[in-house]
Design a protein around this ligand. Structure first.
Ligand SMILES: Nc1ncnc2c1ncn2[C@@H]1O[C@H](COP(=O)(O)OP(=O)(O)OP(=O)(O)O)[C@@H](O)[C@H]1O
Ligand SMILES: [Mg+2]
Length: 240
């Protein structure tokens, strides 16, 4: 098995990038040579004809990775849709082999590769190829991120069950406080409720971060150290 993790989520916008940036920053603080990989990013900005992926940019900044910016992603698309849909709109067919090759290239030059999926686990990338197949091919344990809100018990258990059904190695799940405490009465009980039904490891609860601190990657890294079980996928004694 390669050294790294594959971050999936229960849905789009659940905080995969926020949590990935926090973990990447924490690994950097541990002197681990980390590379980040967002295999396909959709909904990219078109800046003078060049596509710019916000997730790619944030992941690279947070990790302080020495990798070339062009290696963070294999495909960028403008249309905000599932990769297979955005690719078809651009008259491109995503090649799963390229994704695996590009991932493996990163593993050869870095101690640890953090991969962030797009949307949830069964989002299609190409014909008969979803992020579940990609996670399996990358051969790194999967971490499932769920936004702590009404409905997340079901979404988290469904994703964990799908991973189990596919025989994919699961590291655990992270509950993310993606919203400020408001009217949702479930946020204080979601963690316990999921733990009571999940067979996988509770890797911690990532706290709510004020909007103006979301780009403070040192701070996100500190929060990851404080609130997440980083040792579950990056034991300290294995740091470079
Ligand atoms: N812990 C948090 N504290 C505060 N805001 C958060 C937190 N997590 C997520 N958010 C908010 O939710 C938004 C969506 O989070 P994020 O971009 O990480 O989702 P994602 O799962 O990576 O989405 P995608 O599927 O598009 O990659 C963020 O831009 C941020 O505004
Ligand atoms: Mg993201």
């Amino acid at each position: 098995m390669e050294s790294g993790i594959f971050i999936t989520g229960t849905d789009t916008s659940v905080g995969k990038t926020v949590v990935s940036c926090a973990i990447a920053s924490a690994l950097h603080r541990r002197d681990i040579s980390v590379a980040v990989y967002k295999p396909v990013e959709t909904g990219c900005r078109n800046v003078d004809g060049a596509l710019v992926g916000e997730d790619c940019k944030r992941l690279l900044e947070a990790s302080r990775s020495s990798q070339a910016p062009t290696t963070v992603s294999s495909y960028l698309f403008e249309m905000p849709a599932a990769p297979i849909v955005a690719a078809r709109a651009a008259n491109i067919e995503i090649d799963p082999e390229k994704l695996i090759d590009d991932f493996e290239e990163l593993t050869e030059h870095h101690d640890f590769v953090l991969v962030e999926g797009a949307g949830g686990l069964l989002v299609p990338i190409a014909e008969e190829f979803t992020f579940a197949e990609l996670a399996d091919e990358c051969d790194v344990p999967v971490v499932c991120v769920a936004a702590s809100r009404m409905g997340c018990i079901n979404h988290t258990l469904l994703t964990l069950r799908a991973l189990d059904d596919e025989g994919i190695d699961v590291c655990g799940y992270i509950l993310n406080r993606a919203s400020a405490d408001g009217d949702d009465p479930t946020v204080d009980t979601n963690r316990e409720a999921i733990a009571a039904f999940a067979d996988d490891t509770d890797l911690g609860e990532f706290p709510y971060v004020e909007p103006d601190s979301l780009d403070n990657y040192d701070w996100l890294g500190e929060l990851a150290e404080q609130h997440l079980k980083i040792d579950a996928f990056a034991p300290e004694d294995e740091a470079a």
